[in-house]
Design a protein around this ligand. Structure first.
Ligand SMILES: Nc1ncnc2c1ncn2[C@@H]1O[C@H](COP(=O)(O)OP(=O)(O)OP(=O)(O)O)[C@@H](O)[C@H]1O
Length: 574
């Protein structure tokens, strides 16, 4: 019920269509009441031996035709309008869900599987259609039919009407019990569906590894296990439904039996006539139908509710990297970046950085070095708020980055990441992704600076070549060069290069290094590199160890200190 309200309130924009749909449902349901009434009237006229039977029958026939027409028009109008509202609401829900994903921090994506999150947008959001176009209209039809037919039965014969009410509490009790038992089964079912989506998505992303390590059989087994788990949970719900359905049919039949027995006695005592009983029995099916179908409706609602809960769970999730209510726009900065007593951990109790202090002046190039896993990427990720630190603050030009809008902060930062991600579009579009509204000349000159122009022009369709999902049709080095071009195009005052040239051969790396040094001249640059030869000319080199800074200085100063850096350097040059 709560979900139905939530969906109805959420679909406010479509209340007009829902109103028309509602009117259609009401008209069609009421028009449907006429057939048994017509039967009763005809029987009455026949048993009374009316002389105008043929003329009366014609009138009743014409009225029946009108009622049937109204029923058809009402049903199709309601069907279209309810679907119109439902499908538009699904589209809104999918867009909102995707929008929410875009606001979430990386921490959220580390916690959840991509396939599961995709499943919520593709499958679970669609359950709103079931709610709006099926569950709610059916509920209205059932309530209207039950109440309307109930009144008609009372009008025909009060005693008989009360008799057929006897079984209703029992039918409702069975339905309520069924609904209580089914709800967790459907939740489990939706969860397993999400697990299947997550597993398949993960395996498709890692298809190379599966083939390299010959794990096809094992992975197929894993997917099969999940598929069977889904079958089992679905079957459990289905079994429960299938066993309670005959029980409902039996109790309904009991009501009809009572009406036949008591109806016979009432005819014998003259309290009812044949026409009443004919009308009564014809209405009885309509009267019990809503109560009987209520269980199917409960099943449908339960299934839809379980899916929608997974959608609403995401929508109500709090973003851990939040923009303040009155966050200001950060203008183009000079590029001073400072970390003050920053403590950061992915998991409670396992700090990656502790009480870290660091200040980078505008235009400086600072290199971060340290053993693998020490926290270099994590430190860089804090600057554009992929994550927020648990303690301390990070400032850009003296302004706490939590006080400014995320968009304006990120507009000031250009990043080339360790794993380059390219979209399935053209080379041109992928570079242009770096800056909205870049001109063709700017894109080409960024590609030239990133030493990508030559290989691009040698491709079949040059800048218009489609590079495939994640840039699969490019080599690692080519991808990296496109991503550097994208960053150059962005022309932001702060540049972060995280292993930006690791996939390049030495010659190309040297060429790009020169270009990167050129563009980093007038901007603050943070370089993370394992190959120490590439950061020799940095203004400052910071060596991370444990959870903080162990050494800091220029290349020469650090070599002279004969510490960690000197040892690392010695192992690389030897
Ligand atoms: N998303 C994550 N969730 C949990 N722990 C993480 C996550 N990313 C990194 N870590 C952990 O945090 C620590 C620092 O990782 P980080 O990637 O910052 O190191 P790094 O110095 O950049 O390593 P590398 O040189 O190998 O790229 C590591 O112990 C790593 O296992």
């Amino acid at each position: 019920m709560k979900t139905a309200w939530r969906v109805l309130i959420g679909a406010k924009k479509y209340w007009m269509q829902l109103g028309i749909g509602f009117a259609g449902v009401v008209v069609a349901t009421i028009a449907g009441f006429y057939l048994p009434w017509a039967l009763r009237t005809l029987t009455q006229l026949a048993t009374e031996g009316s002389t105008r039977f043929a003329a009366e029958a014609l009138t009743i026939g014409l009225l029946l035709l009108g009622a049937t027409l109204l029923q058809a028009i009402g049903t199709s109008l309601a069907g279209y309008m309810n679907h119109y509202a439902a499908l538009h609401y699904v589209a809104d829900l999918r867009t909102r869900l995707y929008g929410k994903y875009q606001q979430m921090s990386l921490r959220y994506f580390n916690r959840n599987r991509t396939g599961d999150l995709t499943g919520r947008v593709v499958n679970d959001a669609m359950e709103a259609e079931v709610f709006i176009a099926h569950v709610i209209p059916d509920f209205v039809i059932h309530v209207l039919t039950f109440a309307g037919v109930g009144i008609l039965l009372l009008a025909i014969n009060v005693k008989l009407a009360l008799i057929c009410l006897i079984t209703v509490p029992l039918l409702l009790a069975i339905t309520a019990w069924q609904s209580k038992r089914m709800s967790p089964l459907w939740s489990e079912n939706s969860k397993v569906r999400g697990e299947i989506a997550g597993k398949v998505q993960e395996n498709l992303s890692g298809i190379k590894e599966i083939q390299i390590f010959n794990r096809q059989e094992e992975e197929q087994g894993n997917v099969n296990r999940l598929a069977l788990k889904h079958t089992k949970t679905y079957l459990r719900a289905s079994l429960f439904n299938e066993t309670s359905a005959p029980l409902l049919t039996f109790v309904t039949a009991l009501g009809t039996v009572l009406v036949v027995i008591v109806g016979g006695r009432l005819i014998a005592t003259g309290e009812a006539n044949i026409a009443d009983i004919v009308g009564f029995v014809a209405y009885l099916g309509m009267f019990y139908h809503p109560v009987k179908s209520f269980s199917h409706l409960v099943e449908l609602a339960g299934r839809a509710e379980a899916g929608l809960k997974r959608v609403f769970d995401v929508l109500k999730e709090e973003e851990d990297v939040q923009e303040k209510r009155h966050a200001v726009t950060l203008p183009r900065v000079k590029g001073r970046v400072s970390f003050q007593n920053v403590t950061f951990a992915y998991q409670d109790g396992i700090p990656v950085l502790e009480q870290l202090n660091l200040s980078i002046e505008p235009g400086q190039t600072v290199a971060l070095v340290g053993t693998t896993g020490v926290g270099k990427t994590s430190l860089a990720s804090l600057i554009n708020r992929f994550y927020d630190p648990q303690a301390g603050s990070i400032q850009v030009d003296g302004i706490d980055i939590r006080d400014v809008t995320l968009a304006s902060l990120r507009d000031n930062i250009s990043m080339v990441l360790q794993d380059t991600f390219l979209f399935d579009g053209t080379v041109y579009d992928n570079i242009a992704y770096g800056w909205k509204g870049a001109t063709q000349e700017e894109i080409v000159s960024a590609a030239q600076a990133a030493k990508a122009h030559d290989f691009i022009t040698h491709m079949e369709q040059g800048y218009d070549t489609v590079i495939g999902e994640r840039g699969v049709r490019l080599s690692g080095g080519q991808k990296q060069r496109l991503s550097i071009a994208r960053a150059i195009l962005r022309n932001a005052p702060i540049l972060i290069l995280d292993e930006a040239t690791s996939a390049l051969d030495t010659k190309t790396e040297q060429d790009i290094q020169a270009a990167l040094e050129e563009i980093s001249k007038d901007r603050t640059t943070l370089v993370i590199a394992h190959r120490l030869s590439t950061i020799r000319h940095a203004d400052r080199i910071i060596v991370l160890e444990g959870t903080g800074i162990a050494e800091m200085g220029t290349h020469e100063e650090l070599l002279g200190r004969c510490g960690i850096y000197a040892r690392l350097y010695a192992t690389q040059v030897s």
